[in-house]
Design a protein around this ligand. Structure first.
Ligand code: HEM
Length: 463
């Protein structure tokens, strides 16, 4: 019989397990510290065992889709109350609707289709430029708030030709309010046991009302489109008209609703967090900032940005990759072994036990990234070095997840982020509102810089 070694981990208490070791406001920070103590594989117990992994060698193992698959647990399990077997919260290909939606939407979110969304992305990005130009450098910018408005409006416009118009009112659109509350409560519910949850009756009623509001809003968008068909090549038309080549079926109306909500949930905070971290890192690294702005000036100059420019700004491309390396805005992915398995040659992991892949730690694995793993150095992410490293150490950079359950919105997010960073650097000079700002992370389903403010002044050539 094989002798396994026990997986290390904090000792914990009877019944309560390791609840006391994990800060509910920022679990990622606790996981990161515990990784420093226990190494790249460790386990904890909060209503059941969970294994944490945090190195490229272990990520390489769990990326094997014949042995491991995504797990829908914790907060994601609660989000499933609103989005069912939509792409993000489906258990996997065993749910038929996941397969149909995946095959119909893959081309609709592919690089070619995304190019056609450039004008809409540009429209919303211009609204942000106008807002910051109008308010001038005397106003401090709440960076994550303004980027969240941008990413929500962009998704709604590109996905279903719907305008939230978030820049035109202080109050967010009711759908957006409902979604934000739904996501927050999903996280809270995941931390409670069944008995405690019974004491949150008002919150629970509001939670289901929020789900209802999101679904009804989506339904009315669908009805409107059915009554006024267009030739537009947006996601809504792809979902309404696309036929799955494998089953010959179309997506059902409830699957379309699940996925409309899914896009907004999966795509807005992740991308707005990325943009916020990009500006945090650029402002803290003046040399990188200058290189990025020089690139914009040389490649794009003062004229209008076109979709073709976006393939010619390799440094900014590398800045995005490096920001997601250090601060992956979807901070972890959850997997499980399909059958009892062994990790690292000596640790037994039972089938179905949640395995949490800690992306920020994976992305700082010293074996892969060397001595300066903690530093922001976009040069290491330029194509040649990026590809060389991926060959030598596969699965070393996973901000968009893994395998067939990896992010379907990646080309969308990338085009949007490149465009917005280029446009903003072209138009403004930025400074930190507080030069001594120290990064604090706010964690929900995603991570973003907390209380991060900057100022924008129009560049001379733009005024
Ligand atoms: C899945 C990250 C933008 C839609 C994922 C996953 C990650 C991720 C890590 C895997 C989740 C898991 O394994 O549980 C990101 C990041 C983004 C981003 C970092 C931006 C920088 C977007 C956008 C959209 C989107 C813009 C929509 C247009 C989705 C969907 C899934 C997903 C639908 C589920 C795919 C499936 O399982 O079939 N994303 N995402 N994401 N993402 Fe993104």
């Amino acid at each position: 019989m094989t002798e396994y070694e026990p997986i290390p981990g904090p000792p914990g208490l009877p019944i309560l397990g390791n609840i006391g070791d994990i800060d509910p406001a920022n679990p990622m920070l606790s996981f990161s510290r515990l990784t420093d103590t226990y190494g790249p594989i460790w386990k904890f117990n909060v209503r059941g065992d969970r294994v944490v992994i945090a190195s490229q060698a272990l990520m390489r193992e769990v990326a094997d889709e014949s042995r491991f698959k995504k797990i829908v647990a914790a907060a994601l399990g609660q989000v499933r109350n609103g989005t069912h077997d939509g792409l993000f919260t489906a258990y996997g290909p065993e749910e038929k609707n996941w397969g149909i939606a995946h095959r119909v939407l893959l081309p609709a979110l592919g690089p070619l289709a995304i190019r056609n969304m450039f004008n809409e992305m540009h429209d919303i990005a211009s609204q942000l430029v106008m807002k910051w130009a109008r308010q001038g450098s005397d106003t401090r910018i709440h960076v994550t708030n303004d980027f969240t408005r941008l990413t929500l409006d962009t998704l709604a416009l590109c996905a279903m030709d719907y305008r939230f118009n978030s820049y035109y009112s202080e109050q967010m659109h009711p759908f957006v309010e409902a979604m934000a509350d739904f996501l927050k409560v999903s996280g809270d519910r995941a931390r409670r046991d069944g008995i405690t949850q019974l004491f949150y009756r008002t919150e629970t009623a509001q939670y289901w009302e929020n789900i209802e509001l999101m679904r009804k809003t989506s339904e009315s968008v669908i009805t409107k489109r059915k009554q006024n068909p267009t030739e537009k090549k947006d996601l809504l038309n792809a979902m309404l008209n696309g036929v799955d080549a494998k089953t010959g079926e179309k997506m059902s109306e409830s699957s379309i609703i699940d996925n409309m909500i899914t896009f907004l949930i999966a795509g807005h905070e992740t991308t707005s967090g990325l943009l916020s971290f990009v500006f945090y890192f650029l402002l803290k690294n003046p040399q990188a900032y200058k290189k990025a702005q020089d690139e914009v000036d040389q490649v794009i100059g003062k004229g209008a940005i076109t979709v073709d420019h976006l393939t010619k700004i390799p440094y900014i491309n590398a800045v995005l990759r490096e920001a997601l390396r250090l601060q992956p805005t979807a901070p972890s992915i959850g997997l499980q072994a399909k059958e009892d398995s062994v990790l690292g040659g000596k640790y037994e992991v039972k089938a179905g036990v949640p395995i949490l892949c800690l992306l920020a730690k994976l992305h700082r694995d010293p074996v892969v990234w060397g001595e300066d793993a903690e530093e922001f150095r976009p040069e290491r992410m330029l194509d040649e070095e990026f590809e060389r490293r991926n060959k030598e150490y596969p699965d070393n950079w996973k901000p968009f997840g893994s395998g067939m359950r990896g992010c379907i919105g990646r080309p969308f997010a990338w085009q949007e982020a490149l465009l917005v960073v280029a446009m903003l650097l072209q138009n403004f000079n930025f400074t930190l509102d507080d030069p001594a700002y120290q990064l604090h992370i706010k964690q929900t389903l995603t991570i973003k810089p907390d209380e991060f403010y900057m100022r924008a002044s129009l560049r001379d050539h733009m005024s």
